[in-house]
Design a protein around this ligand. Structure first.
Ligand code: ADP
Ligand code: MG
Length: 403
């Protein structure tokens, strides 16, 4: 398995640490700093071990010069400084001779955060394309590379996979914790296992659904994903979001043929409509009109889904019950989270929006595990593989992650 930070000699060494600081920011204000907080354990361990620490992270996408102004890591630098309760340095350069010199003059326990790694994408996609020269340059800044950006571990970028090819490397505490939790609670779940899939786009999740159907006992569907299943079953969903892709529709048909007994679909919904933006109405599924747009599920659905949860030991949730960002359509998600929080079951939530909903509605402490990985969490649960970690050194003595 991957070499862990505890099993790596980092004492007094120069370390490049890859974090995921891709936090939500509006007008320069960080709306949720949990990704920064999640990195503190690893950073403090490196400080305790007298390391010289260079931190890399991407932030948003950088395609134009304008994106550079929008996507600077300066707000993250300021927050990280507060959370670490110490002075740290910031480099506007992601690569330069003077940056190399700056790293050389760091003292033990010094922390230097570099500007957004994706600024390098402006010169020809060097970060996202895993450019070897750039990877080697960043590797040259350290003796050991610590990969702790779990949410970026499904992609091979220069600052993740690239560096790990050129220097000794290990995973940080966050990546270790995520892998342990997903292995223990989801991949080797205590059965019966209920999987809840909601959210908007079925295209992104169809493989995960297929993968889960083989091992779960119940699959509860909501949101845009449920709509596509209802459409294939010839139930009128009005003007709701659903896939039009023939391959997806064919796949859904096949899934329904093979696994109908495990799959639960909504009974009632909250709809908007296409011509009146103030229209919000509760409807049973057989009452929909052509202009109705399903944006949340109703209480009868939640009551039905509660039965599956009561019969389970483990529940994995990905995707929200409805358009939770809009107060008028957030009740299904809130109500479902309340039911889950009172269930006493092992509950794991994965996915960017799903975890945001948990935090926004006050359930941060209510569940067994909240995975911070977004797309990486889903990729790991679908394929049991994270390409961004494939260059990390192996450690045959550690079996704990193989559970
Ligand atoms: P995660 O980020 O946790 O993987 P998703 O992105 O798949 O979750 O799902 C959350 C998104 O799905 C939210 O933006 C929400 O507004 C949207 N959504 C949920 N239900 C519906 C629906 N019925 N129609 C359209 N969008 C929906
Ligand atoms: Mg999302």
């Amino acid at each position: 398995m991957y070499k862990t930070l505890k099993n790596t000699d980092v004492k007094n060494k120069r370390v490049v640490l890859r974090c995921d600081f891709n936090v939500p920011i509006k007008d320069g204000i960080i709306l949720d700093d949990s990704k920064i907080r999640a990195s503190l354990e690893t950073i403090n361990y490196l400080i305790e071990n007298n390391c010289k620490i260079v931190i890399l992270s991407h932030f948003g996408k950088v395609k134009t010069q304008d994106d550079k102004y929008k996507n600077s890591l300066v707000p993250v630098y300021n927050r990280l400084k507060e959370l670490l309760k110490r002075e740290i340095y910031f480099s506007k350069e992601t690569r330069a001779v003077n940056l190399y010199m700056q790293v050389e003059t760091l003292l033990p326990k010094d922390v230097l955060l570099l500007e957004n790694t994706r600024f390098e994408d402006l010169n020809g996609n060097l970060e996202s394309g895993c450019d070897p020269q750039l990877s080697m340059y960043w590797a040259s800044l350290c003796d050991v590379f610590v990969m702790d950006a779990f949410a970026s571990s499904h992609r091979k970028h220069a600052s993740t996979y690239g560096i790990s090819k050129y220097v000794p490397s290990c995973i940080g505490f966050l990546v270790e914790k995520e892998l342990l939790a997903l292995n223990k609670f989801v991949i080797n779940a205590k059965k019966p296992l209920t999987v809840v899939m909601g959210g908007a786009k079925i295209e992104d999740k169809i493989k995960l659904i297929e993968n889960f159907l083989e091992k779960c006992d119940y699959l509860l569907l909501t949101g845009g994903i449920a709509n596509t299943f209802l459409k294939v079953l010839n139930i009128n969903i009005g003007a709701s979001l659903a896939s039009k892709n023939p391959q997806i529709l064919e796949k859904v048909k096949e899934i329904l043929l093979n696994y109908r007994e495990k799959i639960m679909l909504p009974l009632d919904v909250i709809v908007a409509n296409t011509y009146d933006k103030n229209y919000v109405k509760y409807k049973r599924l057989n009452e929909l009109d052509a202009d109705d747009i399903i944006l949340d599920c109703g209480n009868k659905t939640i009551e039905k889904y509660k039965m599956a949860i009561d019969n389970s030991n483990t529940v994995f949730v990905n995707g929200t019950m409805g358009k939770y960002e809009d107060q008028r359509f957030s009740n299904g998600t809130k109500e479902f989270l309340r039911v889950l929080s009172e269930s006493g079951k092992i509950v794991v939530v994965g996915g960017g929006d799903s975890v945001s909903a948990v935090n926004n509605f006050g359930y941060t402490e209510s569940f067994t595990y909240l995975s911070s990985g977004g797309g990486a969490t889903l990729e790991y649960l679908t394929t049991s593989d994270l390409p961004g970690l494939s260059g990390i050194d192996e450690d045959d003595e550690v079996e704990v992650l193989d559970m």
